[in-house]
Design a protein around this ligand. Structure first.
Ligand code: ARG
Length: 458
């Protein structure tokens, strides 16, 4: 017997039952559903809509059900469609017809909305925790590699040398913005839809603020139609999660490149790599590859939800049931990616010698050579040309700048003196970038300090 069976004369088609049911995935919301129901029924009791004694009995029944669910004693049924009706049916079995009073002044439309708000709120807090944990590892590694110098790249070509700390802290800045975005979206997540009823509100004298307060919401939806049909906060959540995946994916790509023999900058710990079934020598960076790969599926969930919402008329439509699996899968995917990235970074071995070697070759100090000429009065455009010619000469001669004699250098510009060698030394090149946010030690140290402070205040 369906909970809504009154106006029906035939049983539901079996395939319809299967397609319509969401219990296979929305059982993820069991805790939130019971939490929301307890808040609702407590309010019904306080407002005299049911007696306080009835509210107490229903609450006790719901608590028993929650305990049984936690103990793994409950098997949900497809026949009862979703988590909301499964729990209501369990309540009827637990305390008898009194259980039927729980749904007074409520619809599954505001019920499912409150469940999702509670779920996303919990996951937002957890994701911030995981991001902070990752930030701590990035900061630790940056501290250890303040004096490790590697080439910075543009177009994946060696550009100018940088501190590894500076490179790593660029990711800390990305994740810091992600934390800010999650915190900002929290305002909209922490808004209570309960009391909106099916769409238009309810005839019972409910106290929506009381329910919101009970559940720890900061505010309530001011329009019942919006309350039941709003999924903006889920789009925002998926979009923030997509950006976090973008950042993790870019970092993964660098770990993959850097751990290749071609780069030879890092060695990933054995515990985070796998082997090949055929080639005995292989050690593959599968986890960064999977993080990079799974980024696509999170984008897919965002696109799917946007597409579901586009052109949906007000208010609730069953299409909205499609919001859940993508959100649940995103949480699972992102949480494990963040949980893995931290120890991968923490345990990787850095090949400082190779990084330094590459930073010193490949003319990464060419800009500094041009700046040197500018400081001696030459217009920058002219200096650029002179150094370009010198680079060409060095490539032909298979030399670095520092291998050239002073006379050789002077043949490109008479302005070049002995002090140039010091100016194009790798350390000096890095140290010379003292502009705010640059790669000089004082700047990197300052950023590091600021990041630590921000983390402690999160
Ligand atoms: N399982 C449904 C969902 O996830 C719950 C709301 C059902 N509401 C309705 N009017 N059929 O969206």
């Amino acid at each position: 017997m369906k909970l809504w069976g009154g106006r029906f004369t035939k049983p539901t088609n079996r395939l319809v039952e299967e397609v319509n049911a969401s219990i296979s995935f929305d059982q993820e919301l069991a805790e939130e559903d019971i939490q929301g129901s307890i808040a609702h029924v407590t309010m019904l009791g306080s407002c005299g809509i049911i007696t306080p004694d009835e509210a107490g009995k229903i609450t006790a029944g719901l608590e028993n059900i929650l305990a049984k669910i936690r103990a793994g004693e409950i098997r949900f049924s497809v026949e009862h469609e979703d988590i909301h009706m499964n729990i209501e049916k369990l309540l009827l079995d637990e305390i008898g017809p009194l259980g039927g009073k729980l749904h007074t002044g409520r619809s599954r439309n505001d019920q499912v909305a409150v469940d999702m708000h509670l779920y996303v709120r919990k996951q937002t807090v957890e994701l911030v925790r995981l991001l902070v944990q990752l930030q701590q590892v990035i900061i630790e590694q940056a501290e250890q590699h303040m004096d490790t110098i590697l080439p910075g790249y543009t177009h994946l070509q060696r550009a100018q040398p940088v501190r590894l700390a500076h490179h790593l802290l660029a990711y800390a800045s990305m994740f810091e913005r992600d934390i800010e975005r999650l915190i900002d979206s929290y305002k909209r997540v922490n808004t209570c839809p309960l009391g909106a009823g099916a769409l238009a509100g309810t005839t019972f004298p409910v106290d929506r603020d009381m329910v919101a307060k009970h559940l720890g919401f900061d505010r309530i939806y001011d329009n019942s139609m919006d309350a039941v049909s709003d999924r903006d906060y889920l789009v925002e959540f998926l979009s923030v999660c997509s950006l976090i995946m973008v950042h993790l994916s870019r970092l993964s790509e660098e770990l993959i490149l850097w751990s290749s023999e071609e780069f030879n900058y890092i060695v990933l710990d054995d515990a985070f790599c796998t082997g090949s079934s055929m080639m005995p020598q292989k050690k593959n960076p599968d986890i960064p590859e999977l993080i990079r790969g799974k980024t696509g599926r999170v984008f897919g969930h965002l696109t799917a939800l946007l597409t579901t919402l586009k052109a949906l008329p007000l208010t609730y439509n069953k299409d909205l049931q499609e919001d859940k699996e993508g959100v649940f899968d995103t949480v699972k995917t992102l949480s494990s990616a963040l949980s893995l990235m931290a120890p991968i970074l923490q345990t990787m071995k850095v090949n400082r010698v190779q990084m330094r070697k590459n930073a010193e070759s490949g003319f990464a100090s060419a800009t500094d050579l041009a700046d040197y000429l500018v400081n001696k009065g030459m217009p920058f455009r002219e200096a650029h040309e002179v150094v370009g010619k010198l680079v060409l000469y060095c490539i032909e001669q298979e030399k670095q700048f520092s291998d050239c004699s002073l006379d050789e250098l002077k043949s490109f510009s008479a302005l070049i003196e002995q002090d140039l060698y010091q100016k194009i030394n790798c350390e000096q090149v890095v140290e010379a970038r003292k502009s705010f946010g640059g790669t000089a030690k004082t700047q990197v140290m300052q950023t590091l300090k600021q990041k630590k402070k921000n983390i402690n205040e999160t």
